[in-house]
Unconditional design. Structure first.
Length: 471
């Protein structure tokens, strides 16, 4: 996953820049609704679709909603240097005002009714630590700076000790939902999810806004409440379509020392239910201003792959970094090498439906005969999702008649997604075309594929047939 921003998109060269991002290896493009205007987002969607079509690739687009993210407003000259002992005032009434360069700062969320003296407030995503000293009015609070540093315009504030209650979907999110309902998004990411009920409510709000029933929800896990217990994480993994381990804000909520263990638990619960899982934040963080990653970052990415993550996300590396294409290439290279040279750690999803057992047996059969590919014929994506959840060591060629479903399936582990009209053996026909184009990786030799399909095409959960075919 690559986040689109000033480093990877401009109005004049939008589709050409996006084409480079996709060609470098991005399967999913994330549009961050914390930044940018609606006209920009509309143009980015068009540019992504145009570039993907030129490259013959399926690419998913994620609408990432801001959620109750607390941010500073505009700051004179974009930043302000502060020292230990300085006192800052965070005032909600100034949220749209022009900053005068003083220590009275505009904030885009009214903190006064929520915070209490003694609580910690991390500014600029943790770079400046402050302590709340006083609630000055109904809209303003005072904080004391605990370390020298710099605060910048529109940067986030984290308050791990503060209880924000059920304030999960602010008006901005609802407005962004109304905008995005007909904009060809494949996924909507809900930020700062606290529990499984928030996902249910988010799904209701998306439907109310007019999104299609096929839209998939990404639950971003970054609050203390969401990871308070194994039961809470288990319930979220069961309810969500996709879970994102959002390690940035999470680190300030629960402490950086807890993040690795929580990541492993979340991946475990997602694998239990076959829920897709994304690992995000600082995956290649130093590549914001360096052309190569650190060895620790390479290890971090490889560990996520071995755990069984479906996708790994780049944030500021591709949104605003100096080396966005290098970051994508480095991430792809680590992922590919790890998959080719390591046994994956994963938990097979629990089986309840006959179709789940058919897909599992199909994967086992393909691995036992060392097939060159698993071909899934699917209308809704369910068969492909089930096959991917079993983490085969063999690539999955997914074929559907629905372009929207095809885009969503690129998020699934190990899946190459294609579109074809429903007809007899349409999955096999696509596999034959890929082999003719030398895209199955066996050159001129015969290719052996295992096809998972249903005798009643288009019926959800109707996959009941496993075929071994030689091309």
């Amino acid at each position: 996953m690559a986040t689109i921003g000033p480093s990877t998109w401009s109005e004049t060269e939008g589709d050409k820049e996006i084409e480079k991002v996709i060609a470098a290896g991005a399967d999913v493009c994330r549009l961050n609704f914390s930044h940018g205007s609606y006209p920009e987002k509309e143009q980015q969607i068009k540019d992504i679709r145009m570039a993907a079509e030129r490259l013959g690739r399926r690419v998913a687009i994620v609408q990432d909603l801001q959620g109750p993210k607390i941010r500073l407003g505009d700051i004179k000259d974009d930043s302000l240097f502060v020292k230990v002992g300085d006192e800052l005032v965070l005032d909600y009434t100034l949220r749209d005002a022009e900053h005068d360069g003083s220590h009275i700062l505009p904030v885009q969320y009214n903190l006064a009714p929520k915070v209490k003296p003694g609580e910690i407030a991390w500014i600029y995503d943790g770079k400046v630590k402050t302590t709340v000293t006083e609630v000055l009015s109904d809209t303003a609070i005072k904080v004391r700076v605990e370390n020298d540093g710099e605060v910048k315009r529109k940067k986030g504030i984290n308050l791990p000790d503060t209880d924000f209650g059920d304030d999960v979907f602010p008006e901005k999110d609802l407005e962004d939902m109304r905008f995005g309902a007909d904009k060809d998004f494949d996924f909507v990411a809900l930020s700062f999810i606290q529990d499984a009920d928030n996902i249910v409510e988010g799904r209701r709000l998306l439907k109310e806004a007019g999104y299609p029933d096929s839209i998939k929800i990404i639950a971003k896990i970054e609050t203390k409440q969401a990871v308070a217990s194994d039961a809470a994480m288990d319930a979220i993994a069961r309810e969500a379509d996709v879970v994102m381990v959002a390690r940035g804000d999470m680190a300030y909520e629960v402490g950086m020392q807890a993040v690795p263990t929580i990541q492993r638990k979340l991946v475990h619960f997602c694998r239990k239910y076959g829920t897709q899982v994304i690992v995000a934040t600082q995956t290649m963080g130093t590549m914001y201003d360096s052309p190569i990653p650190t060895r620790a970052e390479a290890d971090n990415v490889a560990s996520a792959v071995i755990m069984g993550a479906d996708a790994i996300m780049l944030s500021e590396e591709t949104a605003a970094g100096k080396f966005p294409l290098e970051a994508i290439n480095a991430l792809r290279e680590v992922i590919e090498y790890t998959q080719e040279n390591n046994e994956l750690e994963y938990l097979k999803p629990e089986s309840e439906l006959p179709v789940e057992r058919v897909c599992r047996q199909g994967v086992k059969l393909a691995e036992s005969i060392d097939a060159d590919a698993i071909v899934t014929e699917t209308k809704t994506g369910f068969t492909t999702w089930l096959a991917s959840a079993n983490r085969p060591s063999i690539r999955i060629v997914s074929v559907t008649s629905d372009p929207h479903i095809a885009n969503q399936l690129v998020m699934c582990y190990g899946v190459d997604s294609y579109v074809a009209e429903l007809e007899h053996n349409y999955g096999l026909l696509v596999a034959e075309r890929l082999h003719a184009e030398r895209k199955l990786g066996v050159g001129d030799e015969d290719a052996v594929v295992v096809v998972l399909s249903g005798r009643q095409q288009g019926v959800v959960g109707g996959t009941d047939t496993i075929q071994i075919r030689t091309i």
